[in-house]
Ligand binder design. Structure first.
Ligand SMILES: Cc1ncc(COP(=O)(O)O)c(C=O)c1O
Length: 461
């Protein structure tokens, strides 16, 4: 393996290769090519160590929703560190910051919620959600309800249960996952999932019929919960077709299966509503939050649960004598203070309304500039979350062979143009900080369009 270091052995690139393990990265290749080091950020822009700036079209990893340099978040962090840098929530202890944050989350919740559990990452909260579902069904005397359903291509995180819920092979392969009883059903994506000549309505009806058949085959009495993202972000920015979630919700109610909404990406204005649950008309029993909760200024996640869940688990823990879930940093006061301030900013800046108003600017801009391009098969999204599906041919619609790596090539060329986006296969994902303005959206669209045009003009494309 090539482990030659760059000519400057003490450069950050060389030190990175000697010291760090990177996620979602080909580690062998990383030893050869090293990292791009990002050193600073301001608003929707980040700069590398060589003085180049990039429009951060992905909010980092779908998370820095309020952009870089938000002084109020920095001040909230510092003030809380000075007052009470740490306390915990175990053994009947409490402290103000997580109480205030939990109250606020319950106030703005998209459906009536009763209590909040805090953790440190989306993965942990998704894991905790799975555990709470098990605990709940044990509490109500149905311990056989243990299986979980989630979508193929869903992303729910990377701890063991969360990675098992995740429906992508990279989270499983080589890791002995998924765990037994974590089942995946068809992705509600018409473009890649429809049969020839199937209308969108027929596609939805077929998926729901297949889902019900699966539930009956497994036995509804064995299924604890269904996990879904309101919009599947990391799976390729997939907005389920009209009618899909209505039908899904009806099936879950009919078969007494809990619904967990994973709002790690979609909450806090991303879809043009404070919560994607509202935009998509879901009625979850549990809601997983992270990322935008603190606008990624500090790690924190949350799990909201309704009264059905909380009343049962609190009574059960009374019988057991303890609720055995615990984490040192659950409700960390500094993270909670930052999250509370972030929510104040989402409200004061009217971020959901602003996002709704900018949705046609982003999606319309992409469609105007790229809608007729022969390698663009679909432009989809909601709010400031968009996906541009690259295709080998539009008519008949022909997807690229994965080995063509057209999407990654477009993302690399966009980066040369000063725009960071993410290629999920041949979907270019776009998820800019929600503080982006119209002129910056125009730059984003232009830089991406030029990258697609350049990739299409390359020999062999
Ligand atoms: C929908 C969704 N759920 C859960 C997670 C996991 O969150 P984390 O990376 O904070 O563990 C992610 C991360 O991208 C996500 O997109």
């Amino acid at each position: 393996m090539d482990t030659d270091l760059p000519s400057l052995p003490n450069s950050l690139e060389a030190r990175d290769r000697r010291s760090l393990v990177h996620g979602l990265t080909d580690l062998a290749r990383h030893l050869e090519i090293g990292p791009k080091i990002i050193e600073s950020g301001r608003g929707v822009w980040v700069s590398d160590g060589e003085g180049r700036t990039y429009l951060e079209g992905m909010s980092g990893l779908w998370c820095i929703s309020l952009g870089y340099g938000q002084e109020r978040l920095i001040a909230a962090c510092e003030a809380q560190m000075r007052k009470l840098a740490y306390y915990h929530l175990t053994n009947h202890k409490g402290h103000p910051a997580p109480i205030e944050l939990a109250e606020k989350l319950l106030e703005i919740a998209p459906v009536p919620m009763s209590h909040v559990w805090f953790a440190n990452s989306g993965s942990e909260s998704a894991d905790c959600a799975a555990r709470l579902c098990w605990y709940y069904w044990n509490a109500v005397g149905q311990p056989q309800k243990r299986k979980f359903l989630a979508h193929d291509r869903a992303y729910h995180g990377n701890t063991i249960a969360a990675a098992s819920l995740t429906g992508t092979s990279y989270a499983h392969e080589g890791f002995n996952l998924p765990l037994d009883g974590f089942l995946h059903v068809a992705t509600p994506h018409y473009l890649t999932g429809a049969q020839p000549d199937e209308t969108e309505e027929q596609f939805v009806a077929r998926l729901l019929a297949e889902l019900e058949a699966r539930i009956l085959a497994e036995g509804p009495e064995t299924i604890a919960a269904f996990f879904t993202e309101p919009v599947m972000a990391a799976g390729g920015v997939i907005v389920p077709p009209e009618g899909y979630f209505d039908g899904l919700q009806r099936l879950l109610n009919k078969h007494d299966i809990l619904l967990v909404a994973d709002e790690v990406v979609t909450a806090f204005g991303r879809t043009g509503e404070m919560f994607g649950t509202t935009r998509m008309g879901l009625e979850p029993d549990l809601i997983v939050l992270a990322k935008g909760l603190t606008s990624a200024y500090i790690p924190m996640s949350a799990l909201m649960m309704n009264a059905r869940i909380f009343d049962a688990i609190s009574a059960y823990s009374g019988r057991l004598g303890i609720f055995g879930l615990t984490m040192t940093y659950s409700g960390h006061p500094v993270a909670a203070a930052v999250a509370r301030e972030a929510i104040a900013l989402y409200e004061e800046l009217a971020i959901p309304e602003r996002t709704k108003a900018l949705e046609p600017v982003l999606l319309g801009g992409l469609r105007d500039r790229l809608g007729g391009h022969p390698n663009v098969g679909d432009i989809r999204g909601t709010g400031l979350l968009a996906g541009v599906q690259l295709v080998a041919r539009r008519d008949p619609l022909t997807l690229f062979d994965a080995s063509a790596r057209f999407g990654p090539r477009v993302a690399a060329l966009a980066e040369d143009n000063g725009l960071i986006v993410r290629a999920i296969g041949d979907t270019i994902a776009i998820c800019p900080p929600l503080v982006i303005d119209e002129a910056e959206i125009a730059q984003l669209v232009d830089r991406l369009a030029r990258a697609i045009e350049a990739a299409a003009a390359e020999p062999g494309a």
